[in-house]
Ligand binder design. Structure first.
Ligand SMILES: [Zn+2]
Length: 115
């Protein structure tokens, strides 16, 4: 499994990779922490795209679709779209591949708490 394969299935991962490459430590602050940037900026977004978080979001969407249906609301698209099929993106291995590909683009930690 490669990061390129995952990006073909989920272009949002490529976007995060591009954003990570744009982040620089300009040295003006007392410290720079790649982990802090990761936890605040990237982790909440990657969680929904790959790994077990993706499973959760599909389940959430499916549930809200079902609830709308009970209220007599028709949601455009086929019901089948709500059903869940396990794919390449839904594993912890996929999360690890994406995590390393994106995290490795961030500048190194400098004088931060985590060193
Ligand atoms: Zn750090």
């Amino acid at each position: 499994m490669t990061f390129g394969q995952l990006c073909e299935l989920e272009p949002g991962l490529q976007d995060l990779h591009t954003i990570a490459r744009m982040i620089q430590d300009n040295g003006s602050g007392e410290a720079f922490c790649a982990n802090l940037v990761w936890h605040n900026l990237f982790k909440p977004r990657i969680y929904d795209l790959v790994g077990w978080g993706r499973v959760e979001i599909v389940k959430r969407n499916w549930k809200s679709g079902k609830e709308l249906e009970k209220l007599g609301v028709t949601v455009l698209g086929q019901k089948e779209e709500w059903s869940y099929e396990k794919g390449l993106l839904d594993s912890s291995e996929a999360y690890d591949v994406a995590y390393h590909a994106i995290y490795d683009q961030l500048p190194n930690c400098r004088d931060c708490w985590c060193l």
